[in-house]
Design a protein. Structure first.
Length: 401
């Protein structure tokens, strides 16, 4: 009798566990969302038309772009793009002269799951002359332009270039420079022509000290976020590419840029080509060239914000996302505005640290809720699920404050 009661209780306990698990599985959105992703740089003219948008509303396709159900792919003559339609798909090629919904190419099942965007915490203290460029990147040029955050009140900076050694880093050169007119809060200094150029195969790092006793080394980063496997360098270091790699990238770049001056779409495509090869300094510079030409396209500012966020330049990313939102409002691009608001919300979440107050989380919630309202208006179901999941994550952070 006792054994039967024990068995009955154990069965009841298992049933309760099973039902609870099932309820939680249904009620809590998963972290992954439906998406088909571009896994290589497009060749030629490749565009997409977002779902529920007019057919003349085309946007350039770039590596890491995620399509959603209802999006349409448009390829021109002598064009090609490779998509990953499912987790096990090595790559589905879309060739020239096609205008088709994504579901005609990839089907409705087995979508690739995951978000390639990587936001790194860093570059968020305006009182530190943190490094802007080169920062956690590989380089094409032996004499890059050096950039750092302009600290209010600082009138002079000491710049030191170090080369990584087996036991300790060696000083390559050191310069003292006066503060100039910062551009968008960033100081610039041309690589000195009378000093040793960068060499292939060596890792370098830049240190900037302001005359307010603050240094770029005061910036605290999580080294796990800046690991060598992702970009070929670690931390805030940078490395020059070898001649063969430079030549290969330049040959591909010549295929992307068809005219002079290049179109905005070509510049964006080239920026993604650079980012694919971990040349984030060059990628950011390409997009900034469009910003300086007073481009009116909101997606340029949003993509620039992504590159800044991925390089751990949070304040610059924030500024770019806000500009993207303002530009999208002005041109009445509802989808672009929602995408930028979502990116800004995710940035605020990443910038928040446990010791902080909840102000960043509150700002993140505001952006998510505004983006969610727009996705519902556009009936973008995958994005609705994605935002809902982000809000759940946000609530967990708030609960642990």
């Amino acid at each position: 009798m006792k054994y039967r009661i024990f068995t009955l209780l154990r069965s009841l306990k298992f049933a309760i566990f099973f039902i609870t698990t099932l309820i939680l599985t249904i009620a809590i959105p998963t972290a992954n969302v439906q998406a088909w992703i571009v896994i290589d740089d497009p060749i030629g003219e490749v565009y997409y038309i977002p779902a529920d948008q007019p057919l003349d509303k085309k946007y350039p396709v770039y590596r890491t772009l995620r399509f959603e159900e209802g999006d349409i792919i448009v390829t021109g003559a002598n064009s090609q793009v490779i998509l990953k339609c499912s987790k096990k798909d090595p790559g589905t090629e879309v060739t020239s002269n096609r205008t088709e919904p994504i579901t005609n190419i990839c089907g409705n099942s087995n979508p690739f799951l995951g978000d390639p965007t990587e936001i790194r915490r860093g570059g968020k203290d305006p009182l530190i002359p943190y490094i802007v460029s080169p920062r956690y990147t590989r380089l094409l040029t032996k004499q890059p332009t050096l950039k750092w955050n302009a600290v209010e009140g600082a009138t002079r900076y000491i710049i030191t270039l170090y080369r990584e050694g087996l036991r300790e880093d060696s000083k390559v050169w050191q310069k003292s420079v006066e503060s100039k007119e910062p551009v968008e809060g960033v100081e610039e200094f041309s690589y000195p022509s009378d000093e040793e150029q960068l060499e292939v195969g060596a890792d370098y790092r830049l240190v900037v000290e302001a005359n307010n006793e603050r240094s770029s080394q005061d910036e605290k980063i999580d080294l796990d976020d800046y690991d060598v496997e992702r970009r070929g360098v670690s931390g805030l270091k940078f490395r020059l590419l070898g001649e063969a790699e430079v030549q290969s990238i330049q040959e591909a770049s010549e295929k992307i840029i068809q005219g002079q001056p290049p179109s905005e779409e070509e510049v964006i495509t080239l920026a993604f080509h650079y980012a694919k090869n971990n040349l984030y300094a060059e990628a950011i510079e390409m997009l900034n060239s469009l910003v300086k030409s007073d481009s009116q396209k909101s997606d340029i500012y949003r993509i620039l914000g992504d590159f800044y966020a991925q390089s751990g330049l949070n304040l610059l990313a924030k500024k770019s996302y806000l500009k993207a939102i303002d530009q999208a409002k002005e041109t009445q691009e509802v989808l672009e505005e929602a995408l930028a608001q979502q990116d800004l919300g995710e940035l605020y979440m990443k910038m928040h640290e446990p010791r902080d107050d909840v102000s960043l989380l509150e700002q993140a919630r505001e952006q998510f809720e505004q983006a969610l309202a727009k996705y519902r208006k556009l009936n973008r179901e995958p994005k609705i699920d994605e935002i809902t999941n982000l809000i759940n994550q946000l609530e967990n952070l708030e609960a642990n404050q």
